[in-house]
Ligand binder design. Structure first.
Ligand SMILES: *Cc1c(COP(=O)(O)O)cnc(C)c1O
Length: 475
């Protein structure tokens, strides 16, 4: 089969991104007179009906972390009550300020912030803010360390030390804030290499990063050792617990062997943790915590010389959706410790079943040491073709690279009876099918990964991906 040209690939992608052009009207300018509200709602209901089954039945990796009908109804009710609120206007909506302060306090408590207050050598306390998501929490933390190091240490050419497997948001922070990022390789177990981290430290290092766990392989970096290294060198240490923050504390209580990753470790100076993942809030909130209020102040923005008045904001945004913080607060109160523990138990049990099932397929192996965010690969079959075959069976999995692999991030959606068994059954037939037809070209996203892996020229794939982003806004 002839290789497809870039234009042909773009065309195909465009069809897949824009499936509604045929059956739904496209708007490129304001309607002269407003449309009927019922008509708009009906149209959205039709779109919703097409998309809901994709995630509701538990075939998607990550994405929707709770998704039970009564929980969604509850969050929607909370949104309705708070839809006008904007925490920028603290005088009008002190309720949102209350919600956000309590979301931060409850999250900090879950991650052992008490240990900081109890420490006789420390006269400060843990503080945090609510942000719009994991990426913003990470960007905020990296900017904070940059400004802290400039002020306290006079560092003007800041460097951050980040494991290869840490989230792309750290690279984004390095680009946005001009912080040189040193990438540290991971060992065979997918964990950050300690001695390479040590070697990478210079006088310009502002922060070392570790994940608990990492997004690609669900494996926890050696946080205790890494944070100690940072502490010895008077450098910041950030634990990225975006994924694990609302699971690991409960996993530990359920008897799983979880190494400490939070404020129990004296070297951990900040933690990102996503309320919109396993905190089960509506999408659009996360918490960034700092070991001291003094450090947090480097994040804050204030200006005294704007004609618009004295202006101050804790995060990147100005106006913010208070309703989303309200859903985080309400979710945390409604679920409570026992609720979080129970959902974590189910997710971890599903993880154990899936790990066992993959281990029994001789062609596949699991990367690292995951609990519920499970990556697998193969020495003998094309793993991206496996991913595409799974796609034909409705499974929406994530492609990984370096090395090529596929992962499924388990959520409460996967706790539904029989799903783990179905996943393994489909995976077995995927392996058989790809083994039987190893040269068959597939049509799914896996093909893009295969293509990317075969493009030796740096920048070609980046250009292609920017074209993809252009497509999102194409009419
Ligand atoms: C999801 C995730 C992030 C980024 O979070 P967003 O909410 O998608 O911005 C960062 N780190 C890890 C480990 C994650 O799983």
């Amino acid at each position: 089969m002839a290789r497809k040209t870039t234009e042909e690939m773009m065309q195909e992608l465009e069809y897949s991104i824009k499936p509604y052009r045929k059956d739904f009207k496209t708007f490129t300018r304001l309607p002269k007179d407003g449309r009927k509200k019922e008509e708009i709602i009906k149209e959205m209901e039709a779109l919703n009906a097409k998309e809901e089954p994709k995630w509701k039945d538990g075939f998607v990796s990550g994405a929707v972390y709770h998704g039970d009908e009564d929980h969604i109804d509850f969050l929607n009710q909370v949104y309705v009550l708070n839809s006008q609120s904007n925490p920028l206007h603290t005088d009008v909506w002190p309720s949102t300020t209350k919600f956000e302060a309590e979301v931060v306090a409850m999250t900090a408590n879950m991650l052992n912030a008490d240990k900081v207050t109890e420490d006789p050598d420390c006269d400060d306390e843990v503080g945090g803010v609510v942000s719009s998501g994991g990426t913003e929490s990470i960007l905020l933390a990296m900017k904070t360390y940059r400004d802290w190091a400039r002020d306290m240490k006079g560092i003007s050419k800041p460097e951050m030390i980040v494991p290869r497997t840490a989230h792309a948001a750290f690279d984004k922070a390095s680009q946005y804030f001009n912080i040189n990022m040193k990438r540290i390789p991971v060992d065979e177990g997918c964990k950050a290499d300690l001695s390479k981290t040590k070697d990478a430290i210079t006088d310009n290092t502002i922060v070392i990063v570790g994940s608990a766990p990492s997004f690609p392989h669900g494996t926890i970096d050696p946080i205790e050792e890494l944070s100690e290294l940072a502490r010895e060198n008077d450098i910041g240490f950030h634990t990225d617990a975006c994924l694990g923050g609302f699971i690991l504390p409960w996993a530990a209580k359920l008897g799983y062997d979880i190494p400490p990753f939070d404020f129990r470790l004296p070297g951990v100076t900040s933690i990102s943790v996503d309320t919109h993942k396993y905190g089960y809030a509506a999408k659009g909130s996360s918490v960034i915590l700092y070991r001291s209020l003094e450090l947090r102040r480097y994040q804050f923005y204030t200006t005294t010389d704007w004609p618009g008045g004295l202006y101050l904001s804790p995060t990147f945004a100005g106006s913010r959706p208070g309703a989303l913080s309200a859903t985080a607060w309400a979710a945390m109160l409604a679920i409570g410790e026992e609720g979080y523990k129970e959902i974590a138990r189910k997710i971890l049990e599903t993880g154990a079943k899936i790990k066992k099932g993959i281990a029994e397929i001789p062609e596949l192996y699991i990367l690292g040491d995951p609990l519920w965010d499970i990556a697998f690969s193969s020495e003998t079959v094309d793993i991206y073709k496996i991913m595409d075959y799974m796609g034909e069976k409705k499974w929406s999995l994530n492609g990984l690279q370096m090395p090529p692999a596929v992962h499924i991030c388990l959520t409460h959606r996967h706790s539904q009876a029989g799903l783990a068994e179905k996943f393994i059954e489909d995976l077995k037939s995927a392996v058989e099918s790809v083994k039987a037809n190893p040269d068959k070209e597939t049509e799914g996203v896996g093909r893009l990964y295969g293509m990317s892996a075969n493009i030796p020229v740096k920048g070609v794939m980046d250009a292609f991906m920017k074209r993809y982003l252009d497509l999102l806004y194409k009419i």
